[in-house]
Design a protein around this ligand. Sequence first.
Ligand code: PEP
Length: 257
Amino acid sequence: MKKELRRAVIAGNWKMNMTPSEASAAVEKTAELTAGKDGCDVILCVPFIDIPAAVEAAKGTNVKIGAQNVHFEEKGAYTGEISAKMLLEAGVEYVIIGHSERRQYFGETDTTVNLRTKAALAAGLKVILCLGEVKDERVNGITNEIVSMQTKLDLLGVSAEDMKNVIIAYEPVWAIGTGLTATPEQADETCGVIRAALAEIYGKELAEATTIQYGGSMNNANAAELLAKVNVDGGLIGGASLVPEKFDEIVTAAQAD
Ligand code: PEP
C-alpha cells in the first residue's frame, strides 16, 4: 500500500445549512484558519444557492468550492435540477455524487449515480463519489460485497483517464450524522476493499493512486486516528465542517499523513 502516492483531501459537506451571508463568513474563516496547510486539499461543498458567495469568498485562498449534486442531462425540462455546465460557470470545481441522504430520501440509485458521475466528469467537474453500506448489511457481514458492487456499478463506463478526477468517499450509512464512527480498523479495511474493486476494474496502479476518503461522524477528536490508516486518504465531513475551528483541526490532523 502506497499512501504517499495519493493526495489527502479534506472536504466539508454543509448539507442544507448556511444562508449565503453565513456561507461567505464561514468560507472566509475556514480559509484564514487553513491557510498554508497544504498537506491536503481543502474543499467545502455548499448548497447551490450559496455557490456565488462561497466562490467569491474562496477567491485567492486554498479553499475549493464544491456542490452537493448535479443532474445528468445538459439542459431541459428538469424542474429544480442544476447542470454541470451551470456549476462550472458559477466557479464550482467539485461535486458530491451519491451521498447516502440523496440515496435514502431522494431515490438515487447506482444507475442515477453512475449517470451523474459520467455527466459531471464529461463536463470537467471533479467528483466526490459516495458509497457505503447500511447497518443491516454490516450486521449481516455483506459490507465487502456491497461496497465492491457499488464501486463497480457507480463507475460503469468511467474511463481510467477520467478516474484522475474521481475521489471516492467511503461512508457507512449508519455512521452519517449519528455520532457513531467506524473504528479506524473498519474504515481502513473497507477502504481497502474499495481499492481492491478499483484494481479489478482499472488495475493496481490506478487503484493505488486513487484518493479514498472516510466519512461518517469524523470530527476533530477522532480524525487523526482515522487519517493515520493506510487506506484512508482524507475525510468527508458533515456536522464538523459547519464550525470552521473544528474543520481546521481535521485539516491540521491530515497534515501529518
Ligand atoms: C456527510 O454528510 O457526508 C457526513 C459524513 O456527515 P457527518 O460527518 O455529520 O456524519
